[in-house]
Design a protein around this ligand. Structure first.
Ligand code: HEC
Ligand code: HEC
Ligand code: HEC
Ligand code: HEC
Ligand code: HEC
Ligand code: HEC
Ligand code: HEC
Ligand code: HEC
Length: 451
């Protein structure tokens, strides 16, 4: 090859490279200015809202977010959601417009009927209906309403009350709790997962979206997920997850890992997506005793279909069996006996009917509501550390060293029936052979004995 020709090739490639850089730059510039595109579609009302809010520095960022949304792209303006009619409880007469201050799932329903119906039928929509629960007494009475407003209700949802002008009142607002009771009577809010005003499905598919509520000592689902192989694979390969795809089908659109949405909501090649997060769970792992839910076989089958896109049948069946066994084990070895002891204490008048006024009631509550749930939640979603050290270990430790001693102090002999169960026979003492094996293990490894 002549030197001349080589120079020519190099020059050609350099030009092509420069051209590519310029084209990408232009595309990026247009992407960075979606407002230009969005405004072209906007209706008169939307233009007025945007112009005045921009001028007056009133919630300007919502304008920018709306401009980047799929809604703007499709010409869905502010009033598609914010239009109020005469007589609506949240009608606010605002600059010549009838503005709804609390757009609710009902306002989305005209265009998203499927999602509205499924969500409304789910446990999520009913999450603010917890009056009467022990947790509610804890939040509203033992701790106090001021705490509950910014605690419980930010996850579960408030009851939104409106003033004479149509503006929502403090106490119930601001709030994007999942079961919010809206002034129009509808339940929940889609913004719990689709943060306004981008209303993005990609954002809703992020595990952290669910983790805002599904976290902490009594339901650490996001922590469990992050420690599981599924969470690790998600973190390592998130660029390949195509979270913004329109059709997001496990095994087809993406293959690296499942997210919360994959297992609980999204489509598989053989089943449609759903906004009812209960559609694929067979147990409730929340109460003192776990119970199988109505039509649990169907729900288990729906979940299994998700797993089978990535795993073999035996892998999944075996895992599910170990999970079911762990839940039943918790029920019979710890929840049953602890409940029996509490019933006996109550019958003997050693504790009052008022919840949380006796120290042992706190111990018992944490046993099932915190550590007992963690054990079951860890087992359901491949989180061994939660099943074990944050779960069954804490259950056992507190059952034997705190709960039973406290009960015995109140009523000597009360734990006799509970401890007669086979699972508790180990307390009678180790056999000489077991003891010998243990000593040998430590002497072998470390040259010393323990205990
Ligand atoms: C002529 C100016 C003007 C126009 C037009 C206007 N707004 Fe506003 N808007 C404001 C200002 C200023 C505020 C902040 C002060 C306030 O809350 O009154 C505001 C606040 C709001 C709020 C927040 C209420 C709250 O909770 O505090 C909403 C919702 C709202 N506007 C919606 C709209 C919508 C939807 C439109 C278009 C149909 C619109 N606005 C048009 C000036 C305007
Ligand atoms: C797809 C529905 C939808 C569209 C379109 C929409 N909004 Fe909203 N907007 C909501 C919802 C829902 C809320 C709050 C209620 C919630 O979080 O559940 C809200 C709240 C607001 C608030 C008060 C919130 C705050 O932080 O103070 C303002 C202001 C507002 N919107 C302005 C606008 C403007 C301006 C537009 C058009 C550029 C617009 N919205 C378009 C659904 C929408
Ligand atoms: C007037 C009709 C209309 C209303 C009202 C409406 N939307 Fe939409 N929405 C659309 C259209 C159209 C699309 C685009 C659908 C598509 O791309 O196929 C869309 C898309 C979406 C998406 C997917 C966005 C993405 O990332 O692709 C979400 C999430 C969404 N809407 C949520 C809501 C919520 C929540 C409300 C109520 C607060 C609402 N919408 C109200 C028409 C509407
Ligand atoms: C960080 C968000 C968050 C906070 C704060 C919170 N919860 Fe929850 N709560 C949840 C989630 C998520 C669940 C479901 C857990 C599961 O399914 O494993 C739940 C479950 C419950 C349940 C069980 C419902 C059932 O069907 O068995 C009750 C009752 C409850 N919470 C009441 C309360 C009360 C009252 C408070 C305040 C004292 C509170 N929660 C604080 C997120 C929260
Ligand atoms: C618990 C979180 C959550 C809530 C609450 C929620 N969504 Fe979604 N939404 C999602 C997830 C996750 C996806 C993506 C699902 C998928 O990939 O199949 C999604 C997708 C969508 C889409 C895109 C079309 C589709 O089905 O893929 C629309 C439209 C939508 N949601 C509307 C709504 C409306 C309207 C509400 C309220 C009635 C709502 N969502 C409440 C999590 C939620
Ligand atoms: C690999 C699939 C998978 C992933 C990923 C996953 N889950 Fe689960 N989840 C399950 C299974 C399986 C169960 C138990 C189903 C049953 O009861 O049969 C479950 C149960 C639950 C429950 C019910 C707990 C109760 O107390 O009854 C909640 C809530 C939940 N998951 C939330 C989440 C959240 C939030 C994430 C993400 C941070 C997530 N899940 C990720 C498979 C998954
Ligand atoms: C704003 C808080 C919040 C967010 C965000 C949230 N959840 Fe929940 N979730 C709850 C509460 C509270 C409950 C318990 C409802 C009850 O039983 O009263 C719950 C219950 C559930 C259940 C059990 C349903 C049943 O039928 O028993 C599943 C599964 C679940 N959520 C999955 C998810 C997934 C997946 C996401 C994200 C896509 C998500 N959640 C986002 C608060 C939330
Ligand atoms: C999108 C694909 C995908 C889906 C869907 C999926 N998994 Fe996985 N799973 C994986 C990957 C990848 C691994 C890591 C494999 C490895 O260890 O090499 C894994 C690992 C596991 C492990 C081993 C955990 C460990 O710590 O070694 C179990 C158990 C498991 N999955 C069960 C399930 C169950 C049950 C379901 C359905 C509820 C499910 N998976 C759904 C991809 C998936």
């Amino acid at each position: 090859m002549s030197l001349q020709f080589k120079k020519f090739i190099v020059a050609l490639f350099s030009l092509a490279f420069i051209a590519a850089v310029i084209i990408v730059g232009l595309i990026q510039r247009d992407r960075a200015r979606p407002e230009k595109a969005a405004r072209a579609y906007a209706d008169e009302a939307t233009k007025a809202c945007i112009n005045c809010h921009d001028q007056k520095h009133a919630a300007v960022v919502w304008n920018r977010q709306w401009e980047q949304s799929r809604h703007a792209e499709k010409g869905i303006g502010c009033m598609a959601c914010h239009q109020a009619a005469e007589g609506d409880p949240d009608l606010w007469r605002h600059e010549g417009y009838l503005v709804a201050t609390v757009p609710s799932p009902k306002d989305c329903a005209s265009c998203h009927e499927k999602e509205y119906k499924e969500f409304t039928a789910s446990h999520h929509a009913k999450a603010a209906q917890f009056i009467g629960s022990l947790d509610n007494i804890l939040g509203e009475v033992v701790e106090g309403t001021q705490a509950a407003n910014l605690g419980c209700k930010q996850c579960h949802g408030s009851v939104v009350k409106i003033d004479a002008k149509g503006l929502p009142l403090p106490g119930g607002w601001p709030n994007t709790g999942i079961g919010r009771v809206n002034p129009d009577g509808s339940l929940g809010t889609c913004t719990a997962c689709h943060t306004r005003h981008m209303f993005s499905k990609a954002q809703a598919r992020e595990p952290r979206t669910c983790g805002r509520c599904h976290m902490g000592p009594d339901h650490p689902q996001v922590e469990i997920y992050e420690e599981s192989k599924h969470g690790i694979m998600f973190a390592a390969h998130r660029a390949a997850m195509r979270l913004d795809a329109d059709q997001w089908i496990v095994g087809k659109t993406y293959t690296a890992a499942p997210t919360c949405a994959t297992c609980h909501m999204a489509a598989t090649p053989t089943q449609a997506s759903t906004h009812d997060v209960g559609a694929r769970i067979s147990w409730t792992l929340r109460p003192l005793f776990s119970k199988r839910l109505e039509n649990w076989e169907e729900k288990r089958a729906a979940m299994t279909k998700v797993c089978l896109e990535c795993h073999g049948q035996n892998w999944v069946t075996n895992y599910m069996q170990m999970f079911d066994d762990a839940v039943e084990h918790y029920n019979t070895k710890f929840a049953g006996p602890a409940n029996d002891v509490m019933e006996r204490l109550k019958a003997a008048g050693k504790i009052t009917p008022t919840p949380f006024d006796d120290a042992i009631e706190w111990t018992f509550y944490e046993l099932w509501h915190h550590e007992g749930r963690r054990a079951r939640h860890g087992a359901s979603m491949m989180g061994p550390d939660f099943t074990q050290w944050h779960g069954f270990y804490e259950v056992a430790k507190h059952f034997y060293t705190k709960f039973l001693p406290e009960a015995e102090k109140l009523l000597p002999g009360v734990s006799g029936v509970a401890l007669a169960q086979e699972g508790h026979q180990w307390k009678k003492g180790m056999s000489p052979e077991d003891l010998k094996r243990m000593i040998a293990f430590y002497e072998d490894r470390y040259g010393q004995r323990v205990q």
